[in-house]
Design a protein around this ligand. Sequence first.
Ligand SMILES: Nc1ncnc2c1ncn2[C@@H]1O[C@H](COP(=O)(O)OP(=O)(O)OP(=O)(O)O)[C@@H](O)[C@H]1O
Ligand SMILES: [Mg+2]
Length: 227
Amino acid sequence: MTQPQVALELTGIKYSYRRNTALRGVSLQIKAGEVVAITGASGCGKSTLLHCAAGILSPHYGTVRLAGQDVTALPEAERARLRRTKVGIVLQFGQLVPDLSLLDNVALPLLLDGHERAEAQETARGWLEQVGIADEAEAVPAELSGGQTQRAAVARALVTGPSVVLADEPTGSLDSRAGQELLDVLLKSARYRGAALLIVTHDNLIAASADREIRLRDGVIQHEVVL
Ligand SMILES: Nc1ncnc2c1ncn2[C@@H]1O[C@H](COP(=O)(O)OP(=O)(O)OP(=O)(O)O)[C@@H](O)[C@H]1O
Ligand SMILES: [Mg+2]
């Protein structure tokens, strides 16, 4: 049997915000179809790690490889293209475009990738249904609850069928049942579509749904548990 390929590989990542060193050399690999939970106390560097993996931050040392390609060595325009086509990102604080309806927010990654508007909207509507907010398609982000915003952010991250999905506390504003439903949508992207899924979480139940848990402490990997 062929081994699943490594979809995301971080090697020796270091990142500092001025005087504050957030990551002190983190290396990890995630294979296609694998689910990895990143856990650890507040401030240990989880979001910084996800932002480095996503190409939102450029690490000061180390490399990020996506599907075998060294992202850190690419010019910004190509890095943005790779991010748009191969990576789905759910940020910790939603980050929807305030003036667009939910439908258009979710369709946006497809529109940026050159898809026809009607087709993009149809696909987006399907994702809004999957995450349980189809009734809110015409609402703008300011009209949504925190939980609805998180659902929309998950729909937007998955709409392009990315091979790497990065999610930062994706269910933090939902109660446990709704959180489990949204988690299931994310897990399906890995289990059925073969995406590599990295989830930052404080929630032990979410971590237990992963294949591996990587625990950070003060910007380094404290330990790794195969579940
Ligand atoms: N924009 C920033 N400017 C300066 N320091 C920052 C900035 N963002 C994060 N930090 C610092 O970097 C460290 C890691 O922050 P990070 O946001 O990665 O932690 P986290 O593990 O995601 O925390 P949480 O669980 O609270 O979301 C912390 O010490 C934090 O104070
Ligand atoms: Mg964080």
